[in-house]
Write a protein that binds this ligand. Structure first.
Ligand SMILES: Cc1cc2nc3c(=O)[nH]c(=O)nc-3n(C[C@H](O)[C@H](O)[C@H](O)COP(=O)(O)OP(=O)(O)OC[C@H]3O[C@@H](n4cnc5c(N)ncnc54)[C@H](O)[C@@H]3O)c2cc1C
Length: 388
């Protein structure tokens, strides 16, 4: 069939936050003459914001997961359970882990990021990276089982950012709920806890760790065969290390031919289009903007969702695209394990039990929005500016 006659192929890869908005939009607006597939390793998309709450026993795992099947069905999208292994941006095709090849006319990537564990490799099977989340969620019950069998199990969380703090506090809460004597240490970089966050929030986090009985070690650590060598040259012997050590892009980005920033993430413009391959749109942790200072977070991935969805539909319909400038200030809510949480906004922060209930409301609302069998939007999309 000549390419002018065949339907346009829209390929969605990864069920990340922004892709959920694409599925929602495709269910609302049926575009004639397109074939849409979604490649995802799993039928469930795990919502990271609730994972610490699951560890702490506040949620069942299923509460933190979005089933992609009804969303895909409602959107008329063919679900392909597989993993993208190679992308050839110039040839406009992908190769999946199964060996299957798929061509596309328009590609939407929301594949997130990986945990950078390169400097912890010596730990071997003691190392547990927080991403991919499904692997982490499969492994965490085994850590709990080991702690049950072995009193005094030593767990270290490496990474003093928001995820590291939440994971350390969630682990403490999980052990305390089972009256286990397991020890939890949090190892941060030289910059200490929550770098770049308000001093008050860092104090709240410090207080939460001390209240929970978790030990904090500040300063760069390296991995040794039986644990971590800390900045003060003491050896922290561990049975398990959870790595929350920051995001790195998947290795296959490098050979994609797509323009990337210095850290290897795919450079996009204000419309979420790859700056080198405009038929590729990227959102969430996988993407990078030319202007510096934009964090990788679920909040930004969610904000990019309506723009990604709108622009895919606009390209298919030949309409002008919509652009958005990411907000510099973002509300972050950090759970402290014991049904308390810290809220951060610019230089401002608050801590308390009610913050945890606020976070719970926001998180559950997000999951519920995409769990409906009738996936119509429940939240008004943000205001957008017209690019051209
Ligand atoms: C414990 C923890 C708690 C966090 N809490 C918060 C929070 O409260 N607020 C906040 O803003 N941020 C939070 N974050 C950060 C947040 O997780 C990320 O910034 C966010 O998940 C990025 O979203 P995304 O949509 O880009 O990717 P993801 O949510 O990671 O989704 C990517 C999807 O793509 C799939 N995928 C990956 N590779 C492939 C492939 N090759 N082929 C096909 N599919 C693929 C994955 O399976 C996954 O389903 C937290 C992170 C962690 C680790």
């Amino acid at each position: 069939m000549s390419s002018a006659l065949r339907p346009k192929r829209l390929l969605l890869v990864g069920g990340g936050h922004a892709q959920l908005f694409v599925l929602e939009a495709l269910a609302r607006v049926r575009v004639p003459g397109i074939m849409v597939s979604l490649v995802t390793p799993d039928v469930f998309q795990t919502y990271s914001g609730m994972v610490p709450g699951w560890m702490a026993g506040h949620y069942a795992l299923r509460d933190c997961q979005i089933d992609l099947r009804p969303l895909a069905r409602a959107a008329g999208v063919d679900l392909v359970i597989d993993t993208l292994a190679r992308l050839d941006g110039d040839a406009r095709c992908v190769q999946l882990a199964s060996g299957r090849r798929l061509g596309y006319d328009l590609l939407s990537l929301a594949v997130g990021s990986e945990t950078d564990t390169s400097w912890l490799e010596l730990l071997g099977d003691r190392l547990l990276a927080v991403k991919p989340l499904p692997d982490f969620c499969a492994a965490w019950p085994r850590v709990l089982a080991a702690a049950l069998q072995r009193p005094g199990l030593r767990l270290a969380v490496v990474g003093g950012g928001a995820a590291g703090v939440e994971l350390a506090l969630a682990a403490r809460a999980a052990f305390a709920a089972r009256q286990l004597s397991a020890e939890v240490s949090l190892v941060s970089s030289q910059q200490g806890l929550l770098p770049g966050r308000p001093t008050s929030a860092r104090r709240y986090a410090m207080r939460a760790l001390s209240r929970a009985g978790a030990h904090l070690h500040v300063g760069p650590a390296t991995s040794v065969d039986d644990g971590l060598l800390l900045a003060d040259h003491t050896r922290l012997k561990v049975d398990c290390v959870i790595a929350a050590t920051g995001a790195r892009p998947p290795a296959w980005f490098a050979a994609s031919g797509l323009a990337r920033d210095a850290s290897g993430h795919i450079l996009v413009d204000a419309c979420q289009r790859s700056v080198s391959h405009p038929e590729v749109l990227v959102a969430g942790d996988a993407s990078a903007r030319a202007e510096p200072g934009l964090e990788r977070s679920g909040v930004h991935a969610v904000r990019a969702g309506p723009i990604l969805a709108e622009n895919l539909l606009a390209i298919l319909a030949g309409r002008p695209l919509t652009s958005a400038r990411p907000q510099r200030r973002t509300l972050y809510l950090l759970s402290c394990g014991s049904r308390r949480a810290i809220a951060m906004w610019g230089n401002w922060s608050l801590e308390g039990r009610w913050v945890w209930y606020w976070k719970r409301w926001i998180d559950r609302r997000f999951v519920r929005r995409f769990t409906r069998s009738d996936p119509r939007p429940q939240v008004a999309p943000p205001r957008q500016e017209q690019a051209r």
